[in-house]
Write a protein that binds this ligand. Structure first.
Ligand code: 8YV
Length: 327
């Protein structure tokens, strides 16, 4: 039985404080400010067996750690981790699915309502004393009533969003790589086809090369002048320049965004627009849910270094046949 307190885990960059405390109490934690392993001593590089982090793990960092066995990602999305490189080297990657599904779906519905009913602007109207001075906030040109919703990415989070929206009485359609056999929502085999069929497009798909800039000028044009784009997935899935253009010219009506191409940098042209609601990537950001995510990171590392299979390995590693038993 391995004494976990002797297992060296690298935490590169900033990390969820509570999880970091537990990591420190459980393992032998080494920290570095960024992703540059050259700040480690040779001895540390040789000794590190795991990484716990919530941003990116480039191939260069993996290559600098010859005895790295596992990367435990804090987050369901692991597009920042070079998973193909990890899989090729036999390194396990885990993520944090399920525990954040409901929170992110809640956030999505909130963001959708904020966007179509202009709640942030209405609230500013009250706070600035204009209700009293100028009168009621304007009747919103948009409503959720009569909208047709399309979801790009009907995975766990997409499905939780769809289930919630059923309660709002709006028809739901979706686009995935392949149709699901367990839902009756209308399936579109292209994103363009989905955008043509709906006026409200919710992005809940993973980031990465497969979805990069998938929401482009043509998709936005198909969404149309009443169109609303909600992005809760990854900023990279949307061509941000094309989106700004579409919002400025009225090609679509509005956007609610929790994620951006180059976080935490949000283009000024986007913040200047009145028809956007912009959140600083808070989809899963409650104490409750971040704690659950952290617990899963710890559970994955504990299982691995106790000789058991991790709780939530990513699909690419499972497909590559990487397992604890195989080491
Ligand atoms: C977090 C997320 O913001 O789970 C994800 O994929 O984007 C969010 O829950 C992020 O992972 C925190 O590091």
């Amino acid at each position: 039985m391995t004494d976990l307190s002797t297992v060296k885990i690298l935490v590169p960059g900033r990390f969820h404080p509570e999880t970091f405390e537990t990591l420190q109490a459980t393992f032998d934690v080494v920290t570095i400010p960024g992703r540059d392993a050259s700040v480690l001593t040779e001895e540390q590089r040789q000794a590190i067996r795991g990484i716990a982090q919530g941003g990116s793990v480039p191939a260069s960092l993996m290559d600098a750690l010859p005895n790295l066995e596992i990367v435990a990602n804090f987050g369901v999305g692991y597009d920042g981790v070079d998973v193909a490189h990890a899989a090729a080297k036999g390194i396990m990657v885990t993520n944090t699915p399920d525990v954040l599904t409901e929170e992110v779906a809640d956030t999505t519905v909130g963001l959708l309502l904020m966007t179509v009913r202009e709640f942030p602007a209405a609230e500013r109207h009250l706070r600035e004393g204009r209700w009293h001075g100028e009168g009621a906030y304007r009747l919103t040109p948009m409503t959720l009533r009569g909208r047709r919703v399309g979801i790009m990415g009907l995975g766990r989070i997409g499905l939780a969003i769809a289930r919630r929206l059923e309660g709002f009485g709006v028809p739901i359609a979706y686009h995935n790589r392949s149709p699901r056999s367990d839902v009756a929502y209308a399936y579109h085999d292209t994103l363009q086809g989905l955008a043509e069929a709906v006026d409200t497009l919710i992005i809940a798909a993973p980031g990465g090369a497969a979805t990069e800039k998938a929401v482009d000028a043509a998709v936005l044009k198909a969404l149309g002048p009443d169109g609303v784009l909600i992005n809760i997935g990854r900023g990279t899935t949307v061509d941000e320049a094309a989106l700004i253009e579409a919002l400025e010219t009225g090609t679509i009506a509005a956007a609610g965004l929790d994620v951006f191409e180059n976080e935490p940098h949000v283009p000024e042209r986007l913040t200047a627009l009145p028809n956007t609601v912009l959140l600083p990537h808070v989809g899963s950001a409650s104490r409750h849910t971040r704690r659950e995510m952290g617990n899963l990171v710890i559970a994955n590392l504990k299982a691995w270094f106790s000789g058991e299979e991790p709780v939530s390995p990513v699909a690419e590693c499972v497909k590559a046949g990487i397992s604890r038993a195989g080491r």
